[in-house]
Design a protein around this ligand. Structure first.
Ligand code: PMP
Length: 371
């Protein structure tokens, strides 16, 4: 099997899985139970939470654990928007559906929402952002690394621009950047951040929302007082500790893995550039973990299944929307071409990919010309 869909999800790291099993066996008590086993679990939970905050230098932020990044994005955006029903909201045309669809729903409720345009590389229009920021704006939500093309958004500049408006909260979905790209900004300069464990060799079923301690999020879920009432309910301590393990193991390796994957990406890109029937959509300056290409004349789904016959796994775009046969929204926003946006596949890489894997993929793609 040749797996090139690491953006959709990653295999669980064996040490992370061991941690999960150990904690699940030994500390299964409810972290809110008063007895000593419960209290031990709770102490372990708080230790893991503090460790994660420390590693990411987010000590002055709260961290609530969610089921995934989708839930964290929803809690962040609704949590701010519902506090200020008249507020103006700004996002982009290329957000992940777990951000984009929340804004669409708020728009239906009557909120003013601005969707920033992107250029041919997928980079947001900072002049448009500057024009749209005003005293009514309450929330700006812009992803760091785009999950379809790997485009890296200018978060550093956005932080600087928003500083002039103390009322505005900045939310950044850092799911595809964390432990993959070295940021040129500090996480602590962002008000709300979303992460997901299964994108960094952790388990599925856990993500997190960091938010500045002075932010009082409007509640979406009602129940116990667990997790500041933002995400009530019984915690799976083993998932929390395993996520901590994944961050502890892979965050310090960001640069090392980046350098290797960058070389892999350059090698792959160079070979694919020689295929006349392919258009490369990902910008060269983007995250090397993602290479998005189009095959004008062949449906993206057909390519996925053709490669699958050779046990090569790639994606047509976001796994969450891959069953929907419509132009891929990020590719369309960048290229304005329906052809390119319906004939696209996403190849996503990892430090686990070898040059032999890439050669196998290159050969298989070469044969597609004749499909
Ligand atoms: N944001 C981005 C940028 C993503 O790539 C994904 C996963 N496709 C998500 C959010 C949603 O993550 P999860 O599966 O943890 O809900």
């Amino acid at each position: 099997m040749k797996y090139f869909d690491y953006t959709a999800t990653t295999p669980v790291d064996s040490e992370v899985l061991e941690t999960y099993i150990k904690v699940q066996n030994e500390y299964f008590a409810n972290t809110t139970s008063l007895h000593s086993l419960g209290q031990k679990s709770n102490a372990f939970f708080e230790k893991a939470r503090e460790e994660i905050k420390e590693i990411l230098d987010l000590k002055s932020h709260e961290l609530v654990f969610t089921s995934n990044a989708t839930e964290a994005n929803n809690l962040a955006i609704y949590g701010i928007a519902k506090k200020y029903p008249q507020g103006k909201l700004i996002t982009t045309k290329i957000e992940h559906p777990s951000v984009y669809e929340v804004f669409k729903s708020l728009e239906k409720e009557g909120y003013e929402v601005i969707y920033l345009d992107v250029d041919e590389k997928g980079i947001i229009d900072l002049n448009q952002l500057a024009r749209e920021l005003n005293k009514d704006t309450i929330l700006v939500s812009i992803m760091w690394v785009n999950n379809i093309t790997g485009t890296i958004e200018p978060i550093k500049e956005v932080i600087r621009m928003i500083r002039e408006y103390p009322k505005i909260k900045l939310h950044v979905d850092i799911v595809q950047g964390l432990a993959k790209v070295v940021p040129n900004f500090a996480f602590k300069d962002i008000d709300l951040l979303t992460v997901s464990a299964h994108k960094i060799y952790g388990l599925k079923g856990i993500g997190g929302l960091f938010y500045r301690s002075n932010i009082d999020l409007s509640k979406r879920l009602f129940g116990s007082s667990a997790q500041y009432k933002v995400k009530p309910g019984t915690l799976d301590l083993a998932l929390v500790v395993s996520m901590c393990k994944a961050i502890k193991k892979f965050y310090p390796l960001t640069e090392k893995h980046y350098e290797y994957v960058k070389e892999l990406n350059c090698y792959l890109r160079k070979q694919l550039e020689s295929y006349q029937f392919i258009v490369i959509n990902s910008p060269i300056e983007g995250s090397p973990y993602i290479l998005n290409v189009s095959f004008p004349g062949i449906n993206g789904e057909t390519i996925v299944h053709t490669l699958e016959a050779k046990e090569i796994y790639v994606s047509t775009g976001s796994a969450c929307s891959s069953k929907i046969k419509k132009p891929e929204k990020t590719i369309y926003s960048m290229t304005k071409s329906e052809i390119l946006a319906t004939t696209t596949i996403r190849i996503s890489l990892s430090h686990l990919v070898t040059y032999a894997d890439i050669d196998y993929l290159i050969n298989a793609i070469g044969e597609i010309k004749n499909v």
